[in-house]
Design a protein around this ligand. Structure first.
Ligand SMILES: NC(=O)c1ccc[n+]([C@@H]2O[C@H](COP(=O)([O-])OP(=O)(O)OC[C@H]3O[C@@H](n4cnc5c(N)ncnc54)[C@H](OP(=O)(O)O)[C@@H]3O)[C@@H](O)[C@H]2O)c1
Length: 381
C-alpha cells in the first residue's frame, strides 16, 4: 500500500520534467489515484500548454477511465483563474474527484488559497502540505518571481580550497571534476537565463549552453558588457542564431550594436551608472519584466562582487574543489567593495551540502545583514 507521500513523490518526478520549459510558470505534476491504482498522470510540459491536472484527467479519459471518487495528488495548489488555460480546480470539480492532496501553497495573488477554497466549497476534501519542502524547492524561482517581479539570482562559482576562482594568470579551466560540471549543466537546463560579465567572455570564451542533458531546455545567455567588448568571433555571438543571446550594454550608438544584431544577438542598452557600468538593479528589473524568472550568474569576481554589494544575489551555489592555486593576485569569487566587519556578513540559510565526485557543492539562500556602514551601494569595478 502506497502512502500520500509516495504518490506526491511521483507527482514531483513528473513536475521536474517541465524544468526550464514552463518558465515563468511553475513546474507542476499530478497523479490521479483510486483504490491504490494510478488512473492517470500529467505534468505541465511547457509554457502555454495545458496544466498538470488537465493532462492527468486527459490521460484518464484516453484510458477510458472515469476518475469520479478518485484522489488527485498535485505538487502545487490548483489554479482558480483563467490565464492561458482555464482554472484547474474547475476541471477537478467537473471530473468528480473526491479528494485533492496538495504539496505547495501557490503565492500567486491570483491563486493564494482561492483554488483550495473553491475545491472545499465543492465538498472536495483537501489535504495540504504533503512533501511541502520538496514541492517548494522545485518552484523556488517561480515563488520568488511571482512575489517580487524579479528573477531569482543565483551566484554560481567553482573555487579551490584556498578560495581562488582562477590562477594568477586568469586561467580557470577546470577547477571542478566531471560530476560537478554535470550538475552545472542540469541546473542550467532548469534556468531561464545565464549571466556573465564581459570579463569572463574575454578570458574563457564560454558557450554557456546545456550539454549532456537529454531533451534539455537552452536558457538565454546574457552578457553584461557596458562598452560592447564581446568579440564578434566569440562562441556566444557565433552561435546566437541557434541559442538566444542578449548583450546588455550602455551604448545606444546603433552602428556599434548592428553587427551583434546581424549575428542574431538581441541588444539591450541601459543608461550607465555614474562609474560607467551597466546598472545592475535596472538590469534585474528589466529581466523580470521580460518574464525571466531565474538567472544563474556564472560570471567572474567583478560582476559577482558588484551584484553582492548591491544585495542582488538571492542564492549561492559554491563548488569547492580539493585543490590549491595560491598566489596573492589569484582572485576569489567576489570582488567589489565587500563588508567592513565580520558582523556585517551575508549568510546562507537553508544551506545544503552535496558531494559530487571529489568536489563539494554548498548552496543556500542569501540573507544580508543591514547596517549603516554596509547598506547596498552602487556597483564599483
Ligand atoms: N571559477 C569560476 O567559477 C569562474 C567563473 C567565471 C569566471 N572566472 C574567471 O574570472 C575571470 C574573469 O573575471 P572578471 O571579474 O573580469 O569577469 P566578469 O565578472 O564576468 O566580468 C566583469 C566585467 O563585467 C562588466 N560589467 C558591466 N556592468 C558591470 C557592473 N555593473 N558591475 C561589474 N561589472 C560589470 C565590466 O566591464 P564593462 O563595464 O566594461 O562592461 C567588468 O569588467 C577569468 O579569469 C575567468 O576565468 C571563474
Amino acid at each position: 500500500m502506497f502512502s500520500d507521500a509516495d504518490y506526491m513523490a511521483r507527482a514531483l518526478e513528473l513536475a521536474a520534467r517541465g524544468g526550464g520549459w514552463v518558465a515563468p510558470n511553475p513546474q507542476v505534476g499530478c497523479v490521479i489515484v483510486r483504490d491504490g491504482q494510478v488512473l492517470g498522470e500529467g505534468w505541465h510540459t511547457c509554457y502555454g500548454a495545458p496544466h498538470a491536472e488537465r493532462e492527468a484527467l486527459v490521460a484518464c479519459e484516453r484510458a477510458g477511465i472515469d476518475p469520479a471518487g478518485a484522489t488527485a495528488y498535485v505538487t502545487l495548489e490548483p489554479c482558480a483563474h483563467t490565464g492561458k488555460q482555464p482554472p484547474c480546480c474547475d476541471a477537478l470539480i467537473e471530473a468528480g474527484v473526491a479528494r485533492v492532496v496538495v504539496g505547495s501553497a501557490d503565492p500567486n495573488p491570483l491563486v493564494a488559497g482561492k483554488g483550495i477554497a473553491r475545491l472545499r466549497h465543492a465538498d472536495i476534501r483537501v489535504d495540504e502540505g504533503v512533501m511541502r519542502a520538496e514541492c517548494d524547492a522545485l518552484n523556488r524561482a517561480f515563488f520568488h518571481f511571482i512575489t517580487t517581479g524579479r528573477p531569482l539570482v543565483v551566484a554560481k562559482y567553482a573555487m579551490t580550497l584556498d578560495g581562488k576562482v582562477a590562477t594568477r594568470t586568469g586561467a580557470s579551466r577546470w577547477i571542478t571534476g566531471a560530476d560537478a560540471r554535470g550538475r552545472v549543466h542540469e541546473d542550467r537546463a532548469r534556468a531561464a537565463a545565464i549571466l556573465v560579465g564581459v570579463g569572463t567572455v574575454l578570458a574563457d570564451d564560454p558557450a554557456l549552453t546545456v550539454r549532456g542533458v537529454e531533451g534539455a531546455h537552452q536558457p538565454m545567455r546574457i552578457v553584461c558588457d557596458t562598452h560592447m567588448r564581446t568579440p564578434l568571433t566569440s562562441q556566444l555571438v557565433r552561435t546566437a542564431h541557434e541559442h538566444p543571446t542578449l548583450i546588455v550594454g550602455g551604448a545606444s550608438d546603433t552602428t556599434r550594436l548592428a553587427p551583434y544584431e546581424q549575428a542574431g544577438c538581441e541588444v539591450l542598452a541601459l543608461p550607465v551608472t555614474p562609474d560607467d557600468h551597466v546598472p545592475l538593479p535596472q538590469l534585474v528589473d528589466a529581466l523580470g519584466k521580460r518574464g525571466i524568472s531565474s538567472v544563474i550568474v556564472e560570471g567572474g569576481p567583478v560582476l559577482l562582487g558588484a551584484l553582492f554589494d548591491a544585495h542582488l544575489i538571492d542564492r549561492v551555489q559554491a563548488y569547492l574543489a580539493p585543490k590549491l592555486f595560491g598566489g596573492a593576485s589569484a582572485p576569489g569569487p567576489l570582488a567589489g567593495r565587500g563588508v567592513a566587519e565580520p558582523s556585517a556578513c551575508a549568510s546562507l540559510v537553508n544551506a545544503q551540502t552535496t558531494a559530487l565526485g571529489d568536489d563539494i557543492l554548498i548552496e543556500g539562500d542569501v540573507r544580508y545583514t543591514s547596517g549603516n556602514e554596509d547598506e547596498p551601494c552602487s556597483p564599483v569595478s
